[in-house]
Ligand binder design. Structure first.
Ligand code: FAD
Ligand code: NAD
Length: 479
């Protein structure tokens, strides 16, 4: 590597934060390089970060394959469709997932070149920021090069938290990457952590026939989610056979032959659980190890995250940080929006991300989605609110689709009626939530949603009815 060029912008990390920032910077005429260390499944550098390689996209590919199989074996008979001897070809499912990943990671290389007048320079290797906005890059062949820029955007993302008593080997004890590449359906899958990854990937293997046992340390299920939504989802997960054990504190794991014996303590005392694979999904931490040399002026907080202000500025002149390595939710779309905002700020334009309207989605069945505040947050903040909810069981389209589970719940300010939070559980709520996001971005009220004509029959009628219910005037249920 003999790169010496100076850039306007160097982005460290090519995940949805970094690659989007790089594309936007190049669109704005800034000479941009994007350095990324990730090595894909084929042993070659791959752009796209966690999201495209071992996160959002591959997990959704497996969720969709497993959903199709589950519907074929469980739901289609209600529609009068029968298919005997349905079988799941797991290697074919994994190959489909890998093909999708390759399509999207390869697509970023093309997007980097798409702006012919000012393409993004992609550089493979591990980057360390040094004082003076110099970036030292260790190539995968061991070579070292230095480049510099007027602006640096740190976007190194995050990596899974490892428990000291359950070290990842990605054969028996798996992180998110390992759980996306299991070659055959394990008879019993253990999961530590009933958060987003545990529920999504646990659902994949449950639908394919695994017995799935999820051990969650907290006594409450989905503590960050609205309790009515969490309760409705828990009911459905139980019906699906996901065995979620709350208040289960794991203290030890032991490999015995081709199985893992997990020791945990719950209200009944010490228990053991023997599993064929164990997924550990207890959260992620900022991937800032080795990112910063001495003297850059960039500060990390107690959790290893880069400290930034509301505009993603680190306080060191010309150094910015975005995505999973900074405060706020660890979500791909939040990372991308921050990437765009920072590129625009560097170019002298206004750029801002409203963290209050970043939507969350958990892609289980039913899906869970929310935006804004929960009732607990409103109570804790002393904000007066009113609430309206509506079940999908009373929505014609949901019943016709065989998807009656779940509800929509809207929280609005008690005096101004402004929408403060919207919480959903049900089919396709990953799409429905955006009606709420738009309404909140425009400072809309529950009355605004209630007065908008929604097509019939659609799932979005549940949003309309929930908005009417805020004022106790839902039509298709008692208020
Ligand atoms: P990343 O995507 O982690 O990318 C960072 C990149 O920087 C990586 O390629 C890394 O190798 C590279 N890098 C790190 N350090 C250096 C360095 N020093 N030098 C060079 N390169 C470096 N979010 C959603 O919004 N929706 C979902 O459905 C969703 N599903 C997920 C499923 C799973 C299984 C997982 C694990 C995560 C999921 N997420 C999802 C979270 C999402 O993947 C992250 O929020 C998102 O990828 C963060 O983007 P980022 O750009 O900050 O970092
Ligand atoms: P998480 O924070 O969502 O959930 C971790 C769970 O593990 C929590 O319920 C926590 O109480 C529990 N836990 C922690 N330590 C434990 C222990 N020792 N024993 C038992 N339980 C323990 O973390 P995750 O599932 O690893 O996902 C990480 C992040 O990745 C998510 O928070 C999210 O930001 C992102 N992600 C998003 C999506 C999506 O948007 N659909 C999907 C996957 C991941």
């Amino acid at each position: 590597m003999s790169e010496t060029t100076n850039y306007d912008v160097i982005v460290i990390g090519a995940g949805p934060g970094g690659y989007v920032a790089a594309i936007r910077a190049a669109q704005l005429g800034l000479k941009t390089a994007c350095v990324d260390a990730f090595i894909g499944k084929e042993g070659k550098p791959a752009l796209g970060g966690t999201c495209l390689n071992i996160g959002c996209i591959p997990s959704k590919a497996l969720l969709d394959s497993s959903r199709q199989f589950h519907n074929l074996t469980h739901a289609f008979k209600d529609h009068g469709i029968s298919a005997d001897n349905a079988r799941m070809d797991v290697p074919a499912m994994i190959a489909r997932k890998d093909k999708i990943v390759k399509q999207f990671t390869g697509g970023i290389s093309s997007l980097f070149k798409a702006n012919k007048a000012n393409p993004v320079t992609a550089i493979a290797g591990f980057a360390t920021l040094k004082p003076g906005k110099v970036v030292s890059i260790k190539g995968h062949d061991g070579s070292v090069a230095e480049i510099s820029a007027k602006n640096i955007i740190l976007a190194p993302g995050s990596s899974p938290i490892e428990l000291p008593f359950a070290k990842f080997d990605n054969q028996l004890i798996l992180d998110n990457a390992g759980a996306l590449d299991i070659e055959s359906v394990p008879a019993r899958l253990g999961v530590i952590g009933s958060g987003v990854i545990g529920l999504e990937l646990g659902s994949v293997w449950r639908r394919l026939g695994s017995e799935v046992v999820i051990l969650e340390a907290l006594p409450e299920f989905l503590a960050a989610v609205d309790p009515d939504i969490a309760k409705a989802a828990a009911r459905e997960f139980k019906k699906q056979g996901l065995d979620i054990k709350l208040g289960a504190k794991v203290s030890k794991t032991e490999i015995k032959g081709k199985q893992v014996v997990v020791t945990y303590t719950d209200a009944s005392g010490e228990q053991t659980l023997t599993v064929d694979k164990l997924l550990v999904s207890v959260g992620r931490r900022a991937a800032t190890g080795g990112l910063l040399a001495e003297g850059t002026g960039v500060q990390l907080d107690e959790r290893g995250r880069v400290i930034v202000d509301e505009h993603c500025a680190t306080g060191a002149e010309g150094v910015w940080a975005i995505g999973d390595c900074v405060r706020g939710p660890m979500l791909a779309h939040k990372a991308s929006e921050e990437g765009i905002a920072v590129a625009e700020l560097i170019a002298g334009l206004p750029g801002h991300v409203n963290l209050d309207t970043v939507p969350w989605v958990i892609y289980t069945e039913p899906e869970i989605a929310w935006v804004g505040k929960t009732e607990k947050e409103l109570k804790d903040a002393g904000i007066p609110y009113k609430s309206g909810s509506f079940p999908f069981a009373a929505i014609g389209r949901a019943v016709a689709m065989g998807e009656p589970a779940g509800l929509v719940k809207i929280l609005a300010h008690a005096e101004t009626d402004r929408i403060l939070g919207v919480h959903m559980c049900g089919a396709n709520v990953s799409e429905l939530i955006h009606e709420a996001v738009v309404a909140m971005e425009f400072h809309g009220s529950a009355e605004d949603l209630a007065r908008i004509c929604h097509a019939h029959p659609t799932l979005s009628e549940a949003v309309h009815e929930a908005a009417l219910a805020v004022d106790k005037r839902a039509i298709h249920k008692a208020n």
